[in-house]
Write a new protein. Structure first.
Length: 224
């Protein structure tokens, strides 16, 4: 495979997910907006709902990166719904759980597209050298539990030694505590920090976050 990721000089590989290994199915976000509209009986134009969903998705991602915490999925829902004049007092956790389950079903129907060329073969190459792999992903609308289901369906989970998702830790990249969690989970605790390579598409959350912690980092860009 054509990549300038340095396999030889590293023993453990930490991968971001979104826009590193995968991207959204081209129809998924529009379908999610339709689900929002129908499920919560939102009386607003579809393009307004689409803009509002994107605004709070981007905002919460930025908040997570700036303060290193994690805005909960249901908090994002409530910010969106409040902005669209939905009466939040009509809602409860059961209703939000029901919506999340429907959105997960939709996500697994309109599955993300794998953008990392020959990913299975690349992971094979790493594992055949006796090296290890983890996923390290900030999450927003899609929780880590759902990402695990997707990776199992794609036969990618077999390569992954451990997963770290911000909704489960309640902290987000570039918070150094996230990268400490990678270090804590390494099978070989004797590895040098420089033998760990984090690969991601975000210059701040992935590249600078990993480098500041002491890992090596690779900033991956795709022609998407």
């Amino acid at each position: 495979m054509k990549t300038d990721i340095d396999i030889q000089n590293h023993a453990h590989f930490s991968f971001d997910l979104w826009l590193t290994l995968i991207k959204s199915h081209p129809e998924f976000k529009a379908k999610r907006v339709e689900l929002f509209t129908s499920f919560f009986s939102i009386d607003q134009p579809l393009d307004e709902i689409t803009k509002t969903v994107k605004y709070y998705d981007d905002l919460c991602n930025t908040i997570n990166e700036v303060i290193g915490g994690n805005v909960d999925t249901y908090e994002i829902y409530l910010l969106i719904l409040n902005s669209l004049n939905v009466d939040l007092k009509q809602l409860n956790r059961d209703k939000l759980n029901e919506f999340y389950q429907k959105s997960e079903d939709l996500f697994l129907e309109y599955k993300p597209v794998v953008i990392f060329e020959d990913l299975h073969q690349f992971f094979d190459e790493i594992k055949n050298q006796g090296k290890t792999i983890n996923i390290l992903s900030n999450t927003g609308f899609i929780k880590g539990a759902t990402m695990r289901k997707f990776l199992i369906e794609e036969n990618l989970d077999q390569y992954i030694d451990f997963h770290i998702y911000s909704d489960e830790l309640k902290i987000s990249k570039p918070n150094p505590l996230v990268f400490q969690e990678v270090k804590n989970n390494l099978k070989n605790q004797n590895l040098l920090m420089s033998q760990v390579l984090h690969i991601g598409d975000n210059a701040i959350a992935d590249y600078k976050g990993a480098k500041d912690f002491g890992f090596n980092a690779h900033l991956l860009t795709h022609q998407i």
